[in-house]
Design a protein around this ligand. Structure first.
Ligand SMILES: NC(=O)c1ccc[n+]([C@@H]2O[C@H](COP(=O)([O-])OP(=O)(O)OC[C@H]3O[C@@H](n4cnc5c(N)ncnc54)[C@H](OP(=O)(O)O)[C@@H]3O)[C@@H](O)[C@H]2O)c1
Length: 263
């Protein structure tokens, strides 16, 4: 796909992977719609990608109804959206029984319901055009449940299934779906979690961390080349394969890493 002139809507574009995606799509000649809770944060990134055309929109995606409203406002910016990058996301490093249900619901809204609502509101327009790309930024945690991020993993696994089913639903329509599963990416994500903290044993092992720029380049290449799934870094496939082939030992190791910190 040639991205020159394409309209790309990126949620969570005020920092981290979303901000890096804004720069990466801008370099390919795309026109951008960048969102964050507060439009002022996205406006900073709009200025940074200049002279690429970019519009900032604010929407708190933890609030039901905001995603549908955002889709309407985004369609009005340039008359359509060619690429939707569902990137906004939050984490929660608390065991299921300790996390308050309000926080769990907030995370599920941002990580699952908001992407679904944006898809529900934008896919009909893409179908009518006979083209479009939905990018769902999931996580390796959506392929392998991480016990220090159990509920987060569940939201990302749900997003992965949504992507797979949607891709099949859209077969032959010209609308594609790309699932992006990053491993650890160096962003402010751990500082913006809704609760809990990253276990020491996990933080100490993050030697395969990649930059947000590398992750964003993988996203753009995935869109350009029509990939189904982008796992970045590709070496994270080894972890996914190990957990599928040997779930007992791999789960036991991860449970020990979590427990070491819990005592
Ligand atoms: N970093 C990693 O290691 C990693 C690994 C795998 C997957 N991911 C996924 O990658 C995506 C981006 O993460 P990141 O690392 O770039 O995190 P980040 O630096 O914390 O950025 C998160 C973005 O989401 C936006 N956001 C948060 N809550 C929101 C809400 N309620 N409504 C609207 N926007 C909201 C933030 O904007 P404002 O705060 O300005 O509103 C910000 O732009 C997430 O889906 C995450 O799950 C990250």
């Amino acid at each position: 796909m040639n991205l020159e002139g394409q309209v790309v809507l990126i949620t969570g574009a005020s920092r981290g992977i979303g901000e890096a995606c804004a720069h990466a799509f801008a370099r390919r000649g795309a026109r951008l719609i960048l969102t964050s809770r507060n439009a002022t944060n996205a406006e900073r990134v709009c200025r940074a990608v200049a002279p690429a055309p970019a519009v900032a929109l604010g929407a708190d995606l933890s609030r039901p109804g905001q995603a549908a409203g955002l889709a309407g406002r985004a369609l009005a910016c340039y008359g359509g959206v060619d690429v939707l990058v569902n990137n906004a996301g939050v984490g929660l490093y608390l065991p299921c029984w300790e996390a308050e249900s309000a926080l769990i619901r907030e995370m599920v809204e941002v990580n699952f319901f908001a992407p679904l609502e944006l898809i529900r509101n934008l896919v009909p327009h893409m179908q009518r055009n006979g083209s479009g790309v939905i990018v769902n930024v999931s996580s390796v945690a959506g392929k392998v449940a991480l016990p220090w991020l159990t509920i987060y993993s569940a939201t990302k696994a749900a997003l992965n299934f949504l992507s797979d089913g949607l891709r099949m639903e859209l077969q032959g329509t010209g609308v594609r779906v790309v699932t992006v599963c990053p491993g650890y990416v160096s962003t402010g994500f751990p500082q913006h979690i809704l609760g809990g903290r990253i276990p020491y044993a996990v933080a100490a092992r993050q030697r395969f961390t990649i930059t947000a720029e590398r992750c964003a380049n993988a996203v753009v290449e995935g869109v350009r080349k029509g990939k189904r799934t982008v796992v970045t870094p590709p070496s994270a496939w080894l972890f996914v394969a190990a957990a599928r082939l040997l779930p007992g030992p791999v789960h036991a190791i991860m449970a020990r890493m979590r427990a070491a910190d819990a005592h």
